[in-house]
Design a protein around this ligand. Structure first.
Ligand code: FMN
Length: 199
């Protein structure tokens, strides 16, 4: 008899890459936040230590309890709640990372990162990352109109220039029930992108 809970996720070509790696996955308030649960689960199954940070808006889409259960670690939802020891937790968290992924990265968070804001769990932690050493991937996800806004184009160009890696969104069916550009890529694409920057 097969126990479905023991089955592996769809094959991960980069399996060994994640063993023992410390990853930060940041979740923003986009409709695709549910897909990030699968990303976290697969990374953990591939041997990574994954810490999840969430914006306030993200918590309206998926609860922190989901990410806590999948990662087996506390979820960082506020820069003001200490869950470790005396160090400011965003500094401690950022210091030990091998890579970070922001998925979905909203139009709003793109703008705030481009502007250098550090005023929530996600942007505060990313502001403490040593970007010369730690790759940070941004996976924007939004509807086609948001994706084509001049502000979005401008912010993406600036963030690229600043050394962030942009994972191009896919085109296809969107939550606004139309086809268009701006879909969050599927979990395997996000995982492969992370594997590329780590390797
Ligand atoms: C139902 C709903 C779905 C949304 N989906 C998206 C989305 O997919 N992408 C996006 O950029 N913003 C989306 N938004 C808007 C963001 O939630 C809003 O800009 C929020 O302030 C983002 O905050 P954050 O960047 O701190 O997570 C959505 C809003 C609602 C109400």
């Amino acid at each position: 008899m097969t126990d479905a809970s023991n089955e592996n996720p769809p094959s991960d070509p980069a399996a060994g890459v994640f063993t023992g790696r410390r990853l930060l996955v940041c979740v923003c308030g986009g409709i695709a936040a549910y897909k990030t649960a699968s990303v976290v689960s697969r990374l953990v199954q591939s041997g990574a230590e994954v810490t999840v940070a969430m914006t306030e808006a993200a918590q309206r889409f998926v609860g922190p309890a989901t990410f806590q259960a999948l990662s087996g670690r506390p979820v960082f939802t506020s820069a003001w709640d200490q869950f470790d020891d005396a160090d400011p937790q965003h500094v401690r968290l950022a210091a030990g990372l091998d890579a970070a992924l922001v998925a979905p990265c909203t139009m709003n968070t793109l703008a705030r990162l481009a502007g250098g804001f550090a005023d929530d769990a996600v942007t505060t932690t990313l502001s403490a990352v040593d970007r010369a050493r730690v790759p940070v991937l941004l996976a924007p996800s939004m509807n086609a109109e948001m994706w084509s806004q001049p502000a979005t184009r401008r912010n993406l160009a600036m963030l690229s220039e600043d050394g962030f890696t942009i994972v191009e969104p896919a085109s296809g069916w969107q939550a606004c029930r139309r086809d268009g550009a701006g879909r969050l890529p599927e979990p395997e694409v996000l995982i492969a992108s992370l594997a590329d920057v780590i390797a």
